[in-house]
Design a protein around this ligand. Structure first.
Ligand SMILES: [Zn+2]
Length: 426
């Protein structure tokens, strides 16, 4: 489950600096850090007992360097060479150890939490939003809000610990929750996936963690993550649409997350795209989510199979189609299953209609499509989505508009939550 700290690779040094690509971005580390790590005493310090590979070792160097970069007094926070140590001895040992201790505990990092109906994803990020580690726990929503919040708190502490960071290095926690959230007061107003009503999430998590906690709707937060971290050009207007079990979205207007009068804007999944269509979890009929969300697709496939429809999916995962995943649909299509292909094409068509409506209303520069369904079925869905959206949008209004898939996949939520934590504590 722990997937952090295994992807770093060094590139060529340039202008006296070494560069390490840690997967989510590029980390620059002073050559001093890397030179220092060549001495045995330093290697002994920077390699933890659990580290074995080069990339693990390299990321430890980055973490040391990050701590060093954040120090206001310009002193490196990693162990020093003998020469440097002699120089530092000019200062009193007491002052030095005070400064070292202060740097080690300085709150410079952020934790982002994506609280879902089935899993809690927790990511630890440095001050520049580079991911240092990630942890996944099951939600166990059936145990109730108090137990789930205890699990969230445990996930935060364990994720920080897995990064070999002091908990005191965490400045704030951001969290995205499904459903309607009052972000100002930190309450989850209504989250049917969790079975929650009016839960004071911020207050309770702050009690657990002793840190500032900031709450937002999960798709708003994922949009924020894509906008701040993934989009290089920083468009003024952007829409995020996330195709997962359900469908959610977020609006960036004039460079800011738009939350609306009652702070519930962005519910794109409940746009009605087929009058009198299938029933949605919200109570309406024909919502975008009820036609193109993963749960809707799976229900449709299972119902058709019960009625005698043949599909390779039953050979792949059994006649009950339990534990079906988005990737199974892709595999079935690639094995020539026309039934599954048609279902996915219909979902792509409705997604295109929804995006066409959004383009007509908001005229965004970019629409980013994220979530597990598009991640698994990009080749099968994206061309249909783009064509349908541009066909549906008014002529002459789409010039320059881009519809692109997000590469953050499941990580958009934790990235956005860390962005939120950093924004609110700056
Ligand atoms: Zn709905």
């Amino acid at each position: 489950m722990w997937r952090a700290r295994a992807r770093g690779t060094f590139r060529e040094p340039s202008q006296g600096r070494q560069v390490l690509d840690c997967g989510d971005g590029v980390c620059e580390v002073t050559a001093l850090v890397l030179a220092a790590r060549k001495t045995p005493e330093l290697a002994a310090h920077t390699a933890s007992p659990t580290q074995s590979g080069d990339s693990e070792d390299s990321l430890a160097a980055v973490q040391d360097a990050h701590a060093g970069q954040e120090r206001a007094d310009g002193q490196p926070s990693f162990p020093l060479s003998n020469v440097a140590r002699t120089r530092l001895n000019l200062a009193s040992n007491h002052d030095r150890s005070e400064r070292m201790a202060e740097a080690a505990h300085k709150p410079v990092n952020y934790v982002g939490v994506d609280l879902g109906g089935t899993k809690i994803l927790t990511g630890v990020f440095d001050a520049r939003l580079r991911r240092l580690g990630k942890l996944k726990l099951s939600t166990k929503a059936e145990r109730g809000p108090a137990a789930v919040l205890e699990r969230v708190a445990r996930g935060v502490r364990d994720a920080v610990d897995e990064c070999d960071l002091d908990f005191k290095s965490i400045k704030a926690v951001g969290i995205g929750a499904p459903g309607a959230c009052d972000s100002e007061n930190g309450r989850v107003i209504f989250a049917p996936n969790l079975g929650w009503e009016n839960v004071p999430l911020k207050e309770q998590l702050e009690q657990h963690l002793g840190l500032p906690v900031f709450l937002e709707n999960d798709c708003n937060i994922a949009t924020l993550g894509v906008y701040e971290v993934e989009l290089q050009a920083r468009p003024r207007h952007m829409i995020g649409v996330f195709l997962g079990t359900g469908i959610g979205g977020g609006l960036i207007l004039e460079g800011n997350l738009y939350s609306g009068f009652n702070r519930t804007a962005g519910e794109v999944g409940h746009m009605i795209v087929q009058a009198g269509g299938p029933k949605c979890a919200c109570g309406n009929r024909g919502c975008f989510e009820a036609l193109a969300g993963r749960a809707a697709l799976f229900r449709k496939i299972q119902a058709a199979v019960k009625d005698g429809q043949k599909t390779v999916l039953t050979d792949m995962i059994g006649s009950e189609l339990e534990d079906m995943r988005s990737g199974d649909l892709r595999k079935a299509i690639r094995r020539g299953d026309q039934f599954v292909e048609k279902i996915v094409q219909e979902a792509a068509h409705y997604t295109g209609l929804a995006l066409g409506n959004l383009i007509n209303i908001f005229n965004p520069e970019v629409v980013v499509i994220g979530g597990g369904l598009i991640h698994a079925l990009e080749d099968e869905m994206l061309p249909i989505i783009v064509k349908t959206a541009f066909d549906c949008a008014m002529a002459g209004t789409t010039k320059g508009i881009q519809i692109v898939p997000s590469k953050l996949a499941d990580n958009a939520g934790i990235v956005g939550a860390a962005v939120l934590a950093r924004m609110r504590t700056k």
